[in-house]
Design a protein around this ligand. Structure first.
Ligand code: AMP
Length: 281
């Protein structure tokens, strides 16, 4: 496994591989790797000759300095995990490497970024688009892999890829959510939960799945209020938003059409913010 922190060096390695007509799969991450990340990497390596993983905690997508500071980082453990699977190249740049000067690019997502995560995390998706477009330009893979856990992020990256980065000819692949045994969606932030918060956090997916699986018994408004009030009845949990949205427009829907609709939730467990979603399909 090649570890590089520098764009020039990465280009040198990739150039050699691409000359041999190797296909390149790319998995961008912010590190603190868990089985969710590893599933993306395994899938990428099953579909490509070379797998590149980036580890970079991107400051421009954090709307709170405190959140950026407390974001978990453990490079040593990450590298250990990557060595045990089929990762060929790890790119771990410093902030100065990715942002040698301020990035003032503003992306227009036609409203996809005005709802849910975008509504509560001002500027988050613009920061995501800055780093993803920079990484796509640097790595220029055949395919790039993202988790459906970040449902809105996948929609925005697909839009970015189709509307801003078309010439790169990269296929964006969305991969299934990997969960803990008790149903909690895996996340680097889970390790920041204390014992009580961690135990209650499993009720986010359990409650959402329970009611969403019997959605026919409720109106959309009834389903929303049932899920929100039940999750909020736990001592450590507070729903920031729960919405049922159209998969393409991400706007709230009046009715559930399973193949076109997803339920999305953000919940605070103490000060830790967790997200999850449920596909009715
Ligand atoms: P992050 O390091 O949180 O930026 O995540 C890097 C990639 O891993 C993103 O595409 C995430 O959607 C994906 N990811 C994170 N958690 C999971 C999970 N539990 N299951 C599948 N993919 C995930």
């Amino acid at each position: 496994m090649i570890i590089t922190r520098n764009i020039k060096e990465l280009h040198k390695v990739l150039f050699g591989k691409k000359k041999l007509k190797n296909t390149v799969g790319f998995v961008p991450t912010m590190g603190a790797l868990h089985a969710g990340h590893l599933s993306l990497i395994k899938f990428a390596s099953s579909e490509n000759d070379i797998t590149v993983v980036s580890i970079f905690v991107n400051p421009t997508q954090f709307n709170s300095k405190k959140d950026l500071k407390k974001y978990p980082r453990d490079e040593e453990k990450d590298l250990e995990k990557l060595k045990n699977i089929n990762c060929d190249i790890v790119f771990i740049p410093e902030v100065e490497e990715m942002y040698p000067k301020d990035d003032n690019r503003i992306f227009d997502f036609q409203g996809l970024d005005n709802v849910m995560e975008g509504k509560y995390r001002n500027g988050h998706f613009n920061g995501v688009a800055q780093i993803v477009s920079t990484l796509f330009e640097i790595v220029n893979p055949d395919k790039a892999y993202f988790g459906k856990k970040d449902f809105q992020q996948v929609a925005i990256i697909k839009y970015l890829n189709e509307n801003y980065l078309k010439d790169l000819n990269i296929e964006v692949v969305a991969c299934d959510i990997i969960r803990e045994e008790d149903g909690l969606a895996m996340s680097s932030r889970n390790m920041l939960l204390n014992k009580e918060q961690r135990s209650e956090a499993s009720l986010i997916s359990k409650t959402m799945f329970f009611y969403c699986n019997s959605y026919k018994k409720y109106s959309v408004a009834g389903l929303k209020s049932k899920i929100i009030s039940e999750i909020n009845s736990n001592t450590h949990l507070e729903v920031e938003y729960f919405d049922i949205v159209d998969n393409k427009t991400l706007q709230s829907v009046p009715d559930i059409i399973p193949e076109k609709t997803t339920a999305c939730i953000a919940v605070y467990a103490g000060i830790i913010r967790l997200i999850d979603n449920f596909s009715f399909n």
